[in-house]
Design a protein around this ligand. Structure first.
Ligand code: MV4
Length: 424
């Protein structure tokens, strides 16, 4: 787009590629993220001294922080993300669910907003029938969640979930839902503009997760047909337009074994797995975020997959030992290439992965004409990918590409609980 870039970095990231490739780079503090990437005044100062017009927050850190979005607004710096009010509204999960229910988006039966007592929870659980799930309204990512199977388990689950959410989020509000067994996680990419109009870019299936960490994402979802894709797409557009959502966002749904779908959460940021949507729709999501932030209108049409794409997350973790982090120096690196192979990464041979942050060091994105072709191309690319000096998730992904259930497409969010991680 011809736009000049300024990178911000902590001292631990001084050798990262984003620092080298940006037009300018500003150190915003030492390794601990609380003293750098999460320090709002440091980032605002970096924007001011370099005369930046806008800030792209990426994912994680301050990307869904209402206070940061508000401070950017106050300083006249365009935040390439959601407005403070939108982040607050969707960040509170009970409020988000209530908003979507009122807009006519399908939600899971349960409490009307927050629970006020164990007694109320038990009463609702008996009405909708066990099993039920207690969820932290400030949660997400599975923290502060408890499955409850009967009345006698309720009190302890309630106490545990409240304790955990108070400690993790400083908010112990809980709501209750019927527990959906073995669902799939299917999310719809949407984009909205300042006129209140939104469109969707179809789905991503993110059911391959371990302890709420996604490892593989793909589109189209093996669980959707065109009819369901259009209904879920329409529901996501309705969700976005009902709140006049501006920018790129994702509406997360659970899909049950009957093919019924339910609103879960809305993510008000670009996500790690956005490249697979770019590959199958030929739509540049980051470019679109910037255009919408600059006041341009969206095209107004929806986008459907023309190809098949899959992303394997390459983490510096040891899959044979519970995915424990494996930071350190990359002594040798070879990245795969060829038609339909994309690698998004910030590392290179000789780079030292710091121990301070998330261990994702790359995304391997493979695109082809069919799911079968994606699977063989992905396996080939994984086998060509050489990362020496640290353990990575590559051996896990290679084994996954040969798994009969994974290959069949008939997997749920429970799949990795039963996976054999030995021999990696
Ligand atoms: C659920 C559920 C079953 N029933 N809600 C996990 C994180 C949060 N975003 C929502 N989660 C779930 N909510 C009801 N009513 C199962 C999960 C869940 C899950 C969801 C998506 C992907 C992976 C998951 C792994 C375990 C549980």
């Amino acid at each position: 787009m011809g736009i000049k870039t300024v990178a911000v970095y902590s001292t631990a990231d001084k050798d990262s590629l984003h620092v080298r490739f940006a037009d300018e780079a500003v150190n915003i503090g030492p390794a601990p993220s609380k003293e750098s990437y999460l320090k709002i005044p440091h980032i605002i100062s970096a924007a001011e001294i370099t005369n930046a017009d806008a800030i792209h927050p990426g994912y994680g850190f301050l990307s869904e922080n209402a206070e940061f979005s508000r401070v950017c607004e106050e300083y006249g710096i365009k935040f390439i993300g959601a407005s403070p009010d939108m982040i607050d509204k969707m960040g509170d999960k009970a409020t988000a669910k209530d908003t979507m229910k009122k807009a006519g988006v399908p939600t899971i039966p349960g409490s009307d907003g927050l629970l006020t007592s164990v007694e109320e929870g038990i009463k609702i659980a008996n009405e909708i029938k066990y099993p039920v799930i207690l969820k932290a309204t400030a949660g997400g990512g599975g923290r502060g969640m408890r499955i409850v199977k009967n009345d006698s388990e309720f009190q302890k689950a309630w106490d545990d979930a409240r304790m955990e959410s108070a400690a993790a989020f400083g908010n112990d509000g809980l709501y209750l839902e019927k527990f959906v067994e073995e669902p799939r996680h299917v999310e719809i990419q949407i984009v909205g503009d300042s006129t209140g109009k939104a469109c969707h870019l179809s789905e991503r299936d993110c059911s391959i997760q371990r302890r709420h960490q996604k490892l593989v994402e793909e589109t189209p979802s093996p669980a959707l047909n065109q009819e369901l894709r259009e209904r879920m797409g329409a529901a996501a557009v309705k969700a976005a337009e009902s709140i006049k959502y501006e920018g790129a966002g994702t509406v997360e749904f659970l899909v049950d074994k009957h093919g019924d779908f339910f609103f879960m959460e809305m993510n008000t940021r670009i996500q790690v797995e956005h490249p697979i949507t770019e590959e199958v729709t030929d739509f540049d999501l980051i470019k679109e975020q910037i255009k919408v932030a600059a006041g341009e209108k969206i095209s107004g049409r929806n986008y459907f997959p023309k190809l098949y794409s899959m992303e394997c997350r390459i983490n510096a973790e040891d899959p044979a030992h519970g995915f424990r982090p494996s930071p350190g120096k990359i002594t040798n690196l070879h990245t795969p290439g060829g038609h339909g192979v994309r690698v998004d990464s910030h590392v290179y041979a000789g780079y030292t992965i710091p121990p301070n942050y998330d261990s994702m060091i790359g995304k391997l994105i493979v695109t082809a004409q069919s799911r079968e072709e994606v699977l063989v191309r992905m396996k080939r690319a994984l086998e060509e990918y050489v990362i020496e000096g640290v353990k990575t998730t590559i051996p896990f992904h290679i084994k996954l590409m040969d798994d009969p259930i994974f290959k069949s497409g008939h997997f749920t969010t429970k799949f990795l609980e039963d996976f054999d991680f030995s021999g990696l």
